[in-house]
Design a protein. Sequence first.
Length: 460
Amino acid sequence: MTGEHDPLTFAGNPVEYFNGSRLAMHTLPRGELERLQLEAARLRFAALRDRVPVLTTMAEEQGITELRGLDDAAPLLFPHTVYKSYPASLLTDNRFDRLTRWLARLTTVDLSEVDARGLGSIDAWLDLVDERTPLRLAHSSGTTGTMSFLPHTAVQYDRLYEMVRLDVTPDADVDVVWPSFRTGRSGIARHATAMGQQLGGSPDRFHTLHDGHLSADVMHLAGRLRAAAARGELDRVRVPANLAERRAEFEDALDATGRGMGEFVQRLADTLGGRRIASLSTWDVFHGMAEAGSGRGLRGVFSPDSVLLPGGGSKAGVLPEDWDRGVMAFAGVDRLAYVYAMVEVIALNMLCQDNAYHVEPWLVLYLLDPDTGRVLPRRGTVTGRAAFLDLSADLFWGGFVSGDRVTVTWEPCPCGRTTPRLHHGTVGRFGGAGGDDKITCAATASALTETLEFLNGALV
């Protein structure tokens, strides 16, 4: 650790605080870790309480003026609905000036000079926020017909992948494989961009399924169409003219992400065969890559020390029980580096050799009773609703209640790590918890194929 005891460096720049040691990050004595977390949480709350309007309101309603213990922050953990609490008409009517004013309630960033009047698309609004502010909004896939916007920052993503680099490739750049669009602003696309920059080092080492952009407008409209179809109201959905004019773009995307997987894996084999790669995606996408590779007789494509980071299960139905073995055979690796992650917090919580996801030290984990919402004891093995306080967030409040049902053990792990651990295979979802906001629900290749087929059909 650094010579100076600085809880904000611990929270915002763990690589510096722990001198680049991943072992040190996960082997602090339990009491020392919680003291550091509490000091950082107190400082974050003091700095943000009167500057983030939504947090101000929550704190005032509950009479919270300071944090004396970690559990004092539990009533201030935002539900997922906070991030999509704007009127839905702001997107359909292109009222991005008002959407910007809504966003200002979630962050300390001064957005008064961000002029969003006259913008005609969500993509244009996200472009503007990227260009004019330190924020890097991450949107959900909008599969329920609405879309969340998380006010993360460029610094958060960069520092996370400085850390991931320690796990994957500390001494040299590596080819990064991203089986989706080259650019995008969904939760997982933001991760992919940062991963390509921090681990790949140059654009030519970032290998993507599709060279285009994953449009937030496409995902929003597709979600609205699917929600309307479920209600039997598809004929009432108005398709904006600017999206109808981009039909050729959508068809190209559909071809690349659907029928293009076989060509993609062949291209990887031809250009990266035997080389070390790193790749992040969801379980179903990796399974799709392996299936496409198997159909072309491709096995052991990459170097055995390659790192594949599957996260979040599958949103494309039930996978075969041995799907992981198929992926390992295709890639030529003997293990997969599973991660537990979600768009609302900036972390990839890695799976250890004892089959547990270890929560990164800058995330304060809370287990909540699913019926009452009260904080469950921090001892033994407990099952409940996962909630987090992301201490890396300095321009917005990082408290969040998830829809995940998890089993956590608080005592040290046989692997030697002392950080709390979530049991692999026990992570599930509570019904009606707003699943579209999870990183696993960002548009995978199969989900995008379905939604774009639906969208093109609606434009006929």
